[in-house]
Design a protein around this ligand. Structure first.
Ligand code: FES
Ligand code: FES
Length: 154
């Protein structure tokens, strides 16, 4: 099977039903995609398929065929961080950082579809992403910054 991951064609040997998360981490060494619950409940494993966030722990790798897979390693363009990545750094929107790749990809997916979301749309898009450190106010602030919606401290 062949996948397009972060703009590069990659050959993989996996069973088509194997979750995309394990293929990314174990076959392609893209360990920025995190294992949280493994059952679709935390979104630590979020990646983009054609710009849409998916939970890679419950997405068979076969579903990624023919689509552009974007992981946190591939979000920057030409050495420049994605605006959501920059905003997370500016807002200091992390503690342990374990949820951060999934948070950033969920936010990037939201901005891909809705470039100027309001606060309700941001909260709705991010509500399934769990942060065990409770950094939610700064995460929402970062997404607002990336969306050009204000930079007030939460
Ligand atoms: S690891 Fe995928 S949703 Fe928790
Ligand atoms: S920063 Fe630790 S889980 Fe979110």
């Amino acid at each position: 099977m062949e996948l397009v991951v972060n703009g590069s064609r990659r050959r993989i040997q996996s069973d088509p039903e194997r979750p995309l998360l394990y293929v990314l981490r174990e076959e392609l060494d893209l360990t920025g995609t995190k294992y949280g619950c493994g059952e679709g409940q935390c979104r630590a494993c979020t990646v983009l398929l054609d710009g849409t966030p998916v939970r890679s722990c419950i997405t068979p790798v076969s579903k990624a065929q023919g689509k552009q897979v974007t992981t946190i390693e591939g979000l920057e363009q030409n050495g420049k961080l994605h605006p959501v990545q920059e905003a997370f750094i500016k807002a200091d929107a992390m503690q342990c950082g374990y949820c951060t790749p999934g948070m950033i990809l969920s936010a990037a997916g939201l901005l891909h579809k809705t470039p100027h979301p309001d606060e309700t749309e941001i909260k709705h898009a991010m509500q399934g992403n769990i942060c065990r450190c409770g950094t939610y106010p700064r995460i929402i602030q970062a997404v607002r910054m990336a969306a050009g919606k204000g930079i007030a401290h939460a």
